[in-house]
Design a binder for this molecule. Sequence first.
Ligand code: DX5
Ligand code: ZN
Length: 225
Amino acid sequence: MVELLPSILSADFAHLADQVAAAGRGGGTVVHVDVMDGHFVPNITLGPPLVKSLRKATRLTIDCHLMIENADEFIPAFAEAGADWISVHYEACRHLHRTLQLIAQHGMKPAVVVNPATRVDFLVDILPMVHHVLVMSVNPGFGGQKFIDFSLDKIRRLVDLRQELGLAFRIEVDGGVAHDTVARVVQAGADLLVAGNAVFGAGQPERDARSLLAAAREAAGEQVE
Ligand code: DX5
Ligand code: ZN
């Protein structure tokens, strides 16, 4: 089942609860929160206090995408704030196995993220530990960038690895997911679709979430209501 994950990076923060509610009415099921530290990526954004407020404002699953160094230091704070899923970058974790364990020990679903330049084959040994793999289809740091086409090969490779290894992790894609790319992303095998600009960019999150999700479901061959 394909799911839409509105990325609040492109939302109007002054009206965040309303924007998230609208994206939820449009069919978004998971709120994607981009956490940036100005070191691992060239931008700074949000942290646990925002997640805490969001937790009170929505029943949707909260997916925190950590683009930070020293993720281990902050995992307890995200758990306390009410995060459901935490993804950490392969490129930012010196002891990835330990970090994934730590996330699970704090009662959250662990996930790993790969940048465009990282081969998914490096993940083989830790794939049994993750709830999902997040494939970055842009270089992390900013919303509204152009989709990198070879990300589709990574998604297909993950589908093959999942089959070969007999696993059930889900495949999330983040960056440039919009009307012109979503069908290819879904057909490659991704089922968790992050979208920032395509949902919030035009100021109509309910309408735009609904139409993007409909396009995704159609591409997946799912029944569209
Ligand atoms: C980028 C973030 C994304 C971002 C995607 O580093 O990880 O989640 O919000 O934005 P769009 O969908 O606009 O490419
Ligand atoms: Zn993200």
